[in-house]
Design a protein. Structure first.
Length: 120
């Protein structure tokens, strides 16, 4: 079976919409579904993981974003030594994070140890 030429496909569909990047469509779709906060948290998590891997590679994988408390980013570190390293490098990480689109509005980085930090 031969593929249809693009001009014939356009006639079949009746119109051609301008192409859009899926990343440009997600915020509106998330807002429409009531998932805007979850999308923001997902972007924050991905950005934080990337920054930690770049700036403090020795602790990458041993810490994670737990939640956003208003302007505070709460990070859980598994071993205490990782928490200490994050606290020492906190100002540098917070400044780098604030410079990213995902970091808009984040003013404080709070590091807690272990799963107990996941509680409200």
């Amino acid at each position: 079976m031969a593929a249809r030429p693009a001009a014939e496909l356009r006639r079949v569909t009746g119109r051609r919409r301008p192409m859009s990047r899926i990343g440009d469509l997600l915020p509106d779709a998330a807002r429409g579904l009531g998932l805007e906060d979850e999308l923001r948290l997902s972007r924050v998590m991905a950005t934080f993981d990337r920054l930690v891997a770049e700036r403090v590679p020795s602790v990458a994988g041993a810490c994670r974003v737990a939640r956003l408390d208003g302007p505070t980013l709460v990070v859980v570190a598994d071993p205490p030594i990782v928490a200490q390293e994050l606290r020492l490098r906190g100002p540098e990480l917070q400044q780098a994070f604030a410079a990213t689109p995902a970091g808009a509005g984040i003013q404080t980085l709070r590091v807690v140890i272990g799963r107990g930090g996941l509680r409200g």
